[in-house]
Design a binder for this molecule. Structure first.
Ligand code: NAP
Length: 569
């Protein structure tokens, strides 16, 4: 679509120095950082309110699987002292309340504009700024464009014949209705058994009349072991916050969970099982992240551990035939994102819960009254699609992003993302993808990675402002090197063969079929990523070329924009 030329406000300055797209966990923190500096910034959010993933995902059972107190922001002692996490793994309503509390406490809401879905973004080379167009036709300009659009924000329903003919309510979990859904006594279908499916299935089992799960491939799941947090425990957590966040910063995943330093083969089978027995009963991702490192790289080690988990599943599911269906046979434990569950396996012991193996009897179509498989027709009142997301790059593909020379980002990334440090893209100057594809932030406990990413981005912008630069762009060479490095790190990981979103697999998105690996995430761990990006900053932002507007001199490039206190909303 052609852009009409717009006059820049005030003759030569864009309307905003910075526009952040997205008012989720990342956008909120990035806004806070820039407001601290008095920058002329606004946040554009497509939804009707803030919260990002925690605004949208309202399905029953939706909750953290990061420990709540490691998921909260770390930047304010006052905030840490005020907020009481009620559960070790807090649920969606509480998480959304938390984000609203943060926005209100730091007076951030007035810098956010809601129902502002950005559909186009074009870099205007003659003036070194971005022009955005919203779904409602409005246009806005900014010097620097920061994307905080999330990793899993583009839901992908299946492409099944007849979906529009179903007469009852049907929705993707991301669009679970805001108003209460009447579930009592209803016949409900869930398609999909990823981390979302596993949460919603376990929760619905107790809420509906009859629940039928359509499973194409099972996942390896492990117990979340959630529990309430008492006042005394919260007081202890508050006293230890510095220590907790320091530990998260040291660990590869940004969690308190650190890998077992012993070699898998250096210890006896009994010692391995003793570790696994302990981890299985502990809260959170320990079973995945505090395990032996060989689980991620060594087929035999992974197979031994997978068999241990399979036995656990067999013990929890009463019907041996159902148990076997719930045990993955095509991949080992942890090579895909591990869903954390609360009584998920026990749900299949209930008389009202049924499992349909659609690898054996595929879904043929959705009918007005339900689902038809190759075997039979099923009637339902409600159909829930827990079928995942066009992960990592889907949010970018939805916006028509045009860089230098008319190049479209979705064309550049057609075979997978290419970035510098996961935050800069050659050919797309002045655009920063905080926690973007190939960044360390994308593969860790999200807010821990976000804070690292947004702090670095803030430093980068300050550097530009201090030097009067109005243009910055990663070099092609720096980007090539980083992307090769990211790809290289996949080479030792069993994950590279998996059919999961870490490698860009999504059967509902053309071009994302299994086997076409997309190097989406940085697998070097959080400490290494952090030290790399700090090194780049200390080296004068090596790999990024700074400049001024073409044909301008220094006088044309004053720096006062960031000092304008209030955006013109
Ligand atoms: P997902 O892991 O991609 O799982 C999608 C599921 O739907 C898979 O079981 C998939 O089967 C199935 N599916 C997809 N298309 C289908 C079709 N056409 N027919 C039948 N089945 C189909 O998506 P997700 O469960 O939404 O999880 C995505 C990510 O969100 C997670 O990995 C996690 O990072 C995040 N998440 C986080 C939390 C949390 O923090 N607490 C909770 C939920 C999700 P196949 O495997 O056969 O393709």
């Amino acid at each position: 679509m052609a852009y009409q030329t717009n006059e820049l406000r005030g003759g030569k300055d864009p309307q905003y120095e910075v526009i952040i797209i997205g008012a989720g966990v990342g956008g909120i923190y990035q806004l806070y950082k820039l407001k601290q500096l008095g920058v002329n910034v606004t946040v554009l959010e497509g939804a009707a309110d803030l919260g990002g993933t925690w605004y949208h995902n309202r399905y029953p059972g939706c909750r953290f699987d990061s420990e709540s107190y490691t998921y909260g922001y770390s930047f304010s002692k006052e905030l840490l002292n005020e907020w009481h996490w009620k559960e070790r793994f807090s649920g969606q309503p509480e998480n959304l309340r938390y984000l609203n509390y943060v926005a209100d406490k730091f007076d951030l809401r007035k810098y956010m504009q809601f129902n502002c879905l950005v559909t186009h973004a074009k870099f205007i080379e003659s003036g070194n700024y971005w022009r955005l167009r919203l779904q409602d036709g409005r246009e806005m300009t900014c010097r620097f464009l920061l994307t905080a659009i999330g990793l899993l924000s583009t839901p992908t329903p299946p492409r099944l014949e007849g979906m529009e003919t179903f007469e009852g309510p049907s929705f993707h979990t991301y669009y679970w209705p805001q108003e209460p859904v009447d579930l009592a006594g209803k016949r409900v279908a869930v398609i999909g058994t990823g981390a979302t499916g596993v949460q919603v299935i376990a929760a619905l089992a107790d809420m509906v009349g009859d629940l039928t799960v359509f499973q194409r491939r099972p996942n390896w799941c492990a117990p979340l072991n959630n529990a309430p947090i008492s006042d005394a425990e919260m007081a202890d957590i508050r006293a230890r916050y510095d220590e907790i966040f320091a530990k998260c910063l040291r660990s590869p995943g940004g969690f308190e969970h650190e890998p077992d330093r012993r070699g898998f083969y250096e210890v006896s089978r009994e010692e391995r099982v003793a570790l696994w027995d302990r981890l299985y009963d502990e809260p959170g991702f320990g079973i995945w992240l505090s395990n032996f490192r060989e689980i991620f790289t060594d087929e035999a080690a992974n197979a031994e551990f997978s068999e241990y988990i399979a036995e656990r599943i067999r013990k929890r599911v009463k019907d041996p035939a159902v148990a076997e269906k719930l045990i993955p046979k095509d991949h080992g434990f942890g090579v895909q994102r591990v869903p954390m569950e609360t009584h998920y396996y026990e749900a299949y012991n209930k008389p009202n819960v049924h499992l349909v193996d659609i690898a054996q009897t595929p879904i043929e179509r959705i009918t007005p009254t339900g689902i038809r498989t190759s075997e039979r027709d099923y009637d339902f009142d409600i159909i829930v699609y827990a079928t995942g997301f066009d992960a990592i790059t889907g949010g970018y593909d939805r916006i028509d992003i045009e860089g230098v020379g008319g190049q479209k980002l979705r064309d550049k990334w057609a075979d997978g993302p290419i970035t510098y440090l996961g935050m800069q893209i050659s050919g797309f100057p002045n655009m920063v993808t905080i926690a973007g594809p190939q960044s360390g932030s994308a593969s860790t406990n999200y807010p821990r990675g976000i804070e690292v990413g947004a702090d670095w981005v803030t430093g980068l912008l300050e550097y530009a402002w201090e030097h009067g630069y109005t243009r910055m762009e990663a070099t092609h060479e720096a980007e090539e090197q980083w992307s090769e490095h990211v790809a290289q790190m996949y080479s030792t990981m069993l994950m590279r063969k998996a059919k999961g979103w870490f490698t860009g697999y999504n059967s509902n998105v053309p071009g994302h079929e299994h086997g076409r690996i997309r190097y989406f995430v940085y697998n070097g761990g959080s400490p290494k990523f952090r030290s790399t990006i700090i090194g780049v900053a200390n080296d004068g932002y090596k790999g990024i070329v700074f400049g001024r507007r073409p044909g301008s001199n220094d006088d044309d490039n004053p720096r006062p924009q960031r000092l304008k206190r209030e955006p013109a909303l």
